[in-house]
Design a protein around this ligand. Structure first.
Ligand code: C2E
Ligand code: MG
Ligand code: MG
Ligand code: MG
Length: 287
């Protein structure tokens, strides 16, 4: 009857919720062990100058090789690490590892590291950055920190202070995933970014005739030029998108068309091959 059916539905949702909570708890427990068991590693994706197709740097992207589940995406575990307070330790490991590996690359090649808004809110961050680059012997301007619009959620005097402290060290700052967040332009005026990274959702389909995305990219580039900031188009996959991005005036391109995120050893091969010039490879789903 209807009553029994109602109870069944209720039990179904209760079990689903419980299972969700248990999976989540397991993920948290596994995350706690991942760092000390060496399950994390970094991959690097090339960032290419639009003007001459030279590789100017790499973005460090975190990977977790889970003993049972295999590779887990940062899109899944970074938010969990942020909520359970593990992102600070993981983020420090990322920073130290990335600058140490980058210190072995040719001197003109930079490294970009993603910084969580939680790390950004911690007054210890400038000290950690200073100590990491000193330990690695990496000049400060070869490190770029990528920050998302999330840091402006709790905009206050301490975020101004953090920007000043980081610029004081001499590292570069990039605004990541631009256009997907709170889209207040007020902070662009105050925050000392060296680069705006245009989110891949704007690059997607920009090549289609009459696409509004192309117009949006053009407007972002014009804004960035006025503010004396560089622009990276993220998520460029097709060879024919390169010409469009160049035409729209973006100074840099990052995407599968020039290379997927790969381990540090592959970075050496890439930089050796063709003397640091990138080769567009096109994006094949069946790779
Ligand atoms: P993000 O910083 O915007 O990084 C770019 C993402 O786009 C990466 O995903 C990269 O693999 C992907 N990508 C690059 N080119 C293409 C392309 O041509 N097509 C498509 N479809 N995707 C492309 P990934 O590595 O899965 O990372 C996802 C997000 O996880 C990052 O987005 C970043 O927000 C976060 N993340 C990654 N590593 C770290 C880290 O060390 N610390 C923190 N706090 N967050 C991280
Ligand atoms: Mg990034
Ligand atoms: Mg991004
Ligand atoms: Mg992203």
């Amino acid at each position: 009857d209807a009553k029994a059916e109602g109870r069944g539905v209720h039990r179904f949702y209760r079990d689903a919720l419980l299972e969700g909570a248990q999976n989540r708890k397991r993920l948290e427990d596994d995350l706690r062990h991942a760092l000390k068991s060496g399950q994390f590693y970094l991959t690097y994706q090339p960032v290419v100058s639009t003007a001459d197709e030279r590789i100017v740097g790499y973005e460090a992207l975190l990977r977790w090789e889970h003993p049972e589940r295999g590779s887990i995406s940062p899109a899944e575990f970074v938010p969990v690490a942020e909520e359970c307070g593990l992102i600070e330790a993981i983020g420090e490991w990322v920073l130290r590892t990335a600058v140490a590996e980058a210190a072995t690359w040719p001197q003109h090649v930079r490294v970009a590291v993603n910084v969580s808004p939680i790390q950004f809110a911690n007054p210890a961050l400038p000290g950690i950055v200073t100590s990491a680059i000193a330990a690695a012997g990496l000049p400060a301007d070869r490190l770029e920190l990528e920050i998302t619009e999330g840091v402006f959620l709790n905009e206050d005097a301490s975020s101004d202070q953090m920007f000043r402290a980081l610029k004081g060290i001499g590292v570069r700052l990039a605004l990541d995933d631009f256009g997907t967040g709170y889209s207040s332009l007020g902070y662009l005026k105050k925050a000392p970014f060296d680069k705006i990274k245009i989110d891949q959702s704007f690059v997607r389909g920009a090549i289609e005739p009459g696409s509004r995305n192309a117009a949006i990219i053009k407007a972002i580039v014009s804004l960035a030029d006025t503010l004396d900031m560089e622009t990276t188009a993220e998520g460029v996959e097709q060879q024919d998108e390169i010409a469009l991005i160049r035409e729209l005036g973006c100074s840099h391109i990052q995407g599968f068309v020039y290379g997927r995120p790969e381990r540090c050893a592959v970075v050496f091969e890439q930089l050796d091959r063709a003397g640091g010039w990138a080769e567009p490879i096109g994006f094949k789903t069946s790779r």
